[in-house]
Design a protein around this ligand. Structure first.
Ligand SMILES: Nc1ncnc2c1ncn2[C@@H]1O[C@H](COP(=O)(O)OP(=O)(O)OP(=O)(O)O)[C@@H](O)[C@H]1O
Ligand SMILES: [Mg+2]
Length: 356
């Protein structure tokens, strides 16, 4: 600004002042522009910020969409898996039901099979009992033949005597009466043998009480006459026992044991064969021991002699001892074997009567 312009007399509008104002307004305009620029900058900054934010949000949204897509896919595959699992489960359930049905049928069949087998084994046991009775029957027929030989001979002598007395004219009423009574006695004896025999073959229906000694002697009585060895009964002074069981079946068991002893004595040609009988008892049982001197049973066979069909004899059936065990068990008793002294010893055990 020049001095001239500054000294305006009226103090009014001067160039200087104008310039000054222009400059001032330019300044304020610049200030304003700067403000605007600042605002624009701010705006640009904000815009950039929001742009960045938007990008970030877009990225997040992209990621979210991706995640969603993946989640969708996982869900879809899980649904498929579930469906498959469901189907498998259905199949498994069906399978299990079929298996349960099969099992039920198998069970039913099994029950039937068990019942059939039980019936079969009963039938077989029954058959074996019959067979063993037949074996004893054979033995008994031998005995009867033996026991009848003597009376038959006596009868033929009586008949011959009658004839002889008649021819000698000494047959009067008295002599004839004597011959007849002799013949009747012999015939009665033969009847008794038959009766014993028949009684023996009548199976006992009900168990009964009987004396152990008497039961044993009955068995001897049936068989001993045909045996060519000594039977030495020990413990005659020992107390008798009242036992409970099937009398005849018990005799059958003793006959089996005695016959086996006889077989061993004969087969091994024992010069002086004998059988010892011992009685014994405890609180609950009573027994009879039958011990022979025929050399005993080989140790390796002791475990099998009671098995069905086990025999060492050419003509043996091997059911004698098996049946004896079945019979004794049926009575609540038993039969055991061991080697003792010079031979085998069989113990036949029965429950005492008062305990049953
Ligand atoms: N007292 C004994 N001494 C030696 N061995 C014996 C005696 N008792 C039995 N045994 C043996 O036990 C086997 C089986 O006897 P078991 O009575 O069961 O049949 P088995 O006598 O052979 O035939 P079965 O009785 O039909 O005639 C005999 O073959 C024999 O070998
Ligand atoms: Mg036998």
């Amino acid at each position: 600004m020049t001095e001239k312009e500054q000294d305006t007399p009226d103090g009014g509008f001067s160039l200087f002042e104008q310039e000054e104002r222009v400059l001032q307004s330019a300044d304020s305009m610049i200030g304003m522009l700067e403000d605007v620029a600042g605002g624009v900058r701010e705006l640009a900054g904000a815009y950039r910020q929001s742009y960045r934010e938007q990008r970030r949000l877009l990225r997040i949204s992209d990621r979210l969409q991706l995640d969603l897509h993946q989640a969708n896919q996982t869900l879809a595959s899980q649904a498929t898996e579930l469906k498959l699992l469901n189907e498998t489960l259905h199949i498994e359930v069906d399978l299990r039901e079929a298996l349960a049905e099969q099992l039920r049928q198998l069970n039913e069949n099994l029950e039937q099979r068990v019942a059939d087998e039980v019936a079969k084994s009963r039938e077989q046991e029954h058959l074996l009992i019959q067979q063993s009775r037949h074996a004893v029957l054979g033995e008994m027929l031998g005995n009867i033949t033996h026991q009848w030989r003597q009376p038959l001979f006596a009868l033929s002598l009586i008949v011959q005597s009658i004839e002889h007395d008649y021819e000698g004219q000494v047959l009067d009423k008295n002599t004839l009466g004597e011959h007849v009574s002799n013949a009747s006695r012999v015939i009665r004896q033969m009847y008794e043998t038959i009766d014993d025999f028949l009684n023996f073959f009548k199976p006992n229906k009900q168990p009964e009480n009987f004396s152990l000694k008497e039961g044993t002697e009955d068995a001897f009585h049936l068989i001993l006459k045909s045996m060519n060895f000594k039977v030495r009964v020990h413990g005659e002074d020992c107390d008798d026992a009242l036992v409970r069981g099937f009398h005849n079946e018990f005799s059958q068991v003793l006959i089996n044991v005695l016959t086996n002893a006889k077989d061993a004595i004969v087969e091994r040609k024992i010069p002086e064969g004998w059988v010892d009988i011992y009685y014994g008892q405890d609180d609950q049982t009573a027994w009879v021991d039958v011990r022979d001197n025929a050399g005993g049973i080989p140790a390796e066979m002791l475990g099998c002699i009671f098995d069905p069909y086990f025999t060492t004899k050419a003509q043996g059936t091997g059911i004698g001892l098996y049946m004896s065990r079945v019979i004794m068990k049926n009575m609540g008793g038993g039969i055991e074997a061991r080697n003792a002294g010079d031979g085998a010893e069989f113990r036949v055990i029965l429950p005492k009567a008062d305990l049953v």
